[in-house]
Design a protein around this ligand. Structure first.
Ligand code: SF4
Length: 236
């Protein structure tokens, strides 16, 4: 996919959302900012530093959200229901995670990676709760790579009670996510850089497990969901 197509795609969708939320001048200004940032990021060399650059900007965008929106967010440390859903990861982010895992001697649940590797979103969502647990989630229910977590984890913030995020709960569902459009679109632009890589197995919207499995040197083994019926580890 050419850079022009990526930019056009981002422009049309983001422009529509911004025009719904802001007066025309402000929508135009915000669009120009995010396009400028997307182009800057596209010029960086692929790899962990590019993932860090994207994360820095996303964090800045999230910090600049209005106080009343930020105060609505109910996500808290140790609440990890969203670490049991299909979360995506770019190749840059997988390289960053592999670097952090080695540097900090992070305890990765390789059995979870093996179970989840290669599953599509539908396949992932069909897993029992215990088998959908992110391989990087600590036994205490806290992310072991929080400072370097992928953009999809950074951007997922909700304003509804935690039990609605627990797929095992009768209260599950009706989740209200507090979306920061510019942060979402920057993450989308970074994901598009993967698509442009055009290598076999690269550029798919893959889960953290699938990308990490490959980048930790386990190749591209795929497993069918039927093979994953037995529970291995529950949340702490
Ligand atoms: S990387 Fe961290 S925040 Fe993201 S799903 Fe895994 S444990 Fe949760």
């Amino acid at each position: 996919m050419s850079e022009e197509n990526v930019v056009v795609r981002i422009t049309s969708s983001l422009g529509k959302i911004l025009r719904e939320q802001y007066p025309p001048d402000e929508a135009q200004r915000r669009l120009a900012v995010v396009l400028h940032m997307s182009r800057d990021i596209g010029r960086l060399a692929a790899g962990a530093p590019r993932a860090r650059a994207v994360h820095t900007v996303i964090d800045q965008m999230r910090r600049s959200t209005p106080k009343d929106v930020a105060e609505k967010v109910t996500c808290r440390k140790g609440c990890s229901h969203c670490c049991h859903i299909f979360a995506t990861c770019t190749d840059d982010e997988a390289l960053l995670l592999a670097e952090v895992i080695e540097r900090d001697k992070v305890e990765v649940d390789l059995e979870m990676l093996r179970i989840q590797n290669g599953l599509t979103q539908d396949g992932y969502e069909a897993l029992p709760y215990d088998q959908a647990r992110c391989a990087l989630l600590g036994k205490d229910g806290v992310c072991q790579v929080y400072a370097d977590r992928p953009s999809s984890c950074r951007n997922w913030n909700v304003s509804t009670p935690a039990e609605r995020c627990d797929s095992r709960s009768p209260m599950a569902g009706n989740i209200q996510a507090e979306v920061v459009p510019m942060a979402e679109f920057l993450a989308s632009a970074a994901m598009n850089l993967d698509e442009r890589a055009g290598e076999p197995g690269v550029g798919e919207r893959s889960s953290i497990a699938t990308k990490l499995w490959r980048h930790l040197g386990h190749g591209s083994e795929r497993r069918d969901i039927e093979q994953t019926s037995s529970s291995t580890q529950g949340p702490a």
